[in-house]
Design a protein around this ligand. Structure first.
Ligand code: SF4
Length: 319
């Protein structure tokens, strides 16, 4: 095993887990990242992690699955999250061990497991079957036409739009857990009335427990990816099925996680996704004045950078 545990305070040097972070959707969520950075089947223009460096549809075991499981079990016991969530720096279903991991994590932690997916591999029966044991699956559906899909999600050339949609529809009707469809809107690309209408047609063929509308809330891969206002999202929600809701920018959680080695914790968190000082406070429990000092030190050491998005400073780790 490669993770390190501090014998004094129990702090764990995490390779596959991050957080728990207060999620807008899941309460306190312990993230599990089972892919090398930016290994994905698509290359979304709104991706907060930058361009996809390994655009692939080849499923494989990227890391020893027993090592991932051992770390998740240990961190979950220490942090008591509401959900253990497969997400992170790429498409989780590319990892061929995801089915085994979902099963073992549920058995060994007794926690609920969620999986986020961009839906691109749901046409594979094996992938659908591996996600069956999750308590919650959050598949993305940003595009209802091939043209919009190419513009917003920039898929691997071997992926087929119709096959992807059929896989998503089939999965939604086979899966008996919670299914929250996420649609991310980018101004001028997938927010036209015609496009929203065809999204409605696809959604009406699916079984879903919730449809959540989102927009570009963190610095995107392409500066041209512009956000909609909350009011615009709400107007679109009115045209979609009744279980649709526009997601508010951020919700506060009462739970906090203890901090140890602020600089290291913050660096690990902003290596996963860009964050504001407020989000660092909410997710790691580090007071703003301390995170500010730590971030300034990280910038001086050339380990982090800051960029302005939507009127807020977002900090991210330099790769
Ligand atoms: S947003 Fe998710 S699905 Fe899209 S490129 Fe980034 S990691 Fe892949």
């Amino acid at each position: 095993m490669f993770f390190l545990i501090c014998v004094i305070c129990g702090y764990i040097n995490m390779n596959y887990t991050y957080g728990p972070v207060p999620s807008r959707r899941l309460g306190l969520s312990l993230g599990v990242d089972i892919l090398p950075f930016k290994t994905c089947t698509i290359d979304c223009i709104y991706c907060q992690l930058g361009r996809t460096s390994d655009l692939t549809i080849e499923r494989k075991s990227f890391f020893p699955k027993e090592e991932i499981l051992a770390e998740v079990v240990l961190v979950a016991a220490q942090t008591n999250p509401d959900y253990i969530t497969f997400s992170g720096s790429g498409e989780p279903t590319l990892n061929a061990d995801i089915g085994w991991l979902i099963r073992e994590i549920k058995t060994q932690t007794g926690k609920k497991v969620a999986a986020l997916t961009n839906s691109s591999l749901l046409w594979m029966p094996q992938v659908r079957s591996e996600l069956m044991e999750a308590d919650l699956v959050v598949p993305s559906l940003d595009a209802s036409t091939q043209e919009a899909w190419r513009k917003i999600n920039r898929p691997h050339p071997d992926l087929d739009f119709k096959r992807m949609i059929e896989g998503l529809v089939t999965f939604s009707n086979e899966f008996s857990g919670e299914l929250w469809v996420e649609i991310l809107f980018v101004k001028g690309i997938n927010d036209s009335p015609e496009h929203v209408e065809s999204l409605f047609s696809i959604l009406s063929r699916m079984r879903h427990t919730k449809v959540q509308l989102n927009t570009v809330v963190r610095p995107p891969s392409e500066k041209s990816a512009l956000a909609l206002s909350y009011k615009e999202l709400e107007a679109i929600a009115q045209k979609l099925p009744p279980d649709t809701e526009a997601v508010l920018p951020y919700r506060k959680s009462g739970k906090q996680v203890s901090a140890h080695g602020h600089k290291e914790l913050i660096l690990a968190a902003i290596a996963r996704r860009p964050m504001t000082i407020k989000q660092i406070e909410q997710s790691l429990g580090i007071p703003p004045e301390r995170s500010k000092a730590a971030l300034e030190a990280l910038i001086t050491e050339n380990k982090a950078a800051v960029s302005l998005h939507g009127g807020e400073d977002f900090y991210e780790a330099k790769q």
